[in-house]
Design a protein around this ligand. Sequence first.
Ligand SMILES: CN(C)C(=N)NCCC[C@H](N)C(=O)O
Length: 287
Amino acid sequence: MTNIDTLTQAPETSRVPTTRSYLMCRPEHFTVSYKINPWMEPANPTDTAKALAQWQVLYDTFVSLGHDVQLIDPIEGLPDMVYSANGGFVIDNIAYGASFTFPERMPEGPAYMDWFREHGFDVRVPENINEGEGDFLLVGDTILAGTGFRSESKSHTEVAELYGREVVTLNLINPSFYHLDTAIAVLDPLTGDANANIAYLPSAFDTKSLLILQDRYPDAIIVSEEDASILGLNSISDGYNVVIAKRAVGFERQLRERGYNPIGVDLSELLLGGGGVKCCTLELRKS
Ligand SMILES: CN(C)C(=N)NCCC[C@H](N)C(=O)O
């Protein structure tokens, strides 16, 4: 993997990084005390100090790349709050709040909405169950929206009306890839970018959804089961630098071949809760 200190600009490619704003939550109360996805095993021990240290590397990586990183205070008793991607979906300074599927995470919805309000976002309280950017991904001007395990398809209609953008529903079929951001990585996420591209795991989708992806993104990177199974797709791109799971070596190579700069981080402890790089990062799009 590339050293982030020495290569944060694209030297020979047309890929251009752009500065982003992210919201993260320190995993001070991280543990696995309940099971709401196949990755979680409450009987297995977790190490909060290790989770904090690994999370700090992710935070430092974003800062080193020049991104603005905001923090929300963690709340005791909400161990999954570290997965800030699920706290809402933000475009044009409008924050569509989350409404969680499982009771264990329900208090996170209002907590994140309070944070958005206090930081000047126009908050919209959701009418339907949705888990924020876990299931809504902005690709160019289109919103890809996942359903099947968490977010209800009715929330897709709500989001289409709210943002006035095209929303494409995709059906997830593998419980290990229960959020859209475990099965798709957005590589060029700027709005208006005609060349917006993605990487994805085909087996995570039903036939109809797969045909949609193949039709819309013929140049997409197809990621292996091996890389996806360590949440390799759960990554964050600024258009050039792509922060990914360190062990996703096949995906790393594929990214490099396409002119991206993959940066590996180890979030093995947070993987015990079923989340990776992208789950710990919510993009705050102010325009
Ligand atoms: C990419 N993923 C999965 C996320 N965006 N979020 C992780 C949520 C993990 C949490 N224990 C849960 O099951 O909700």
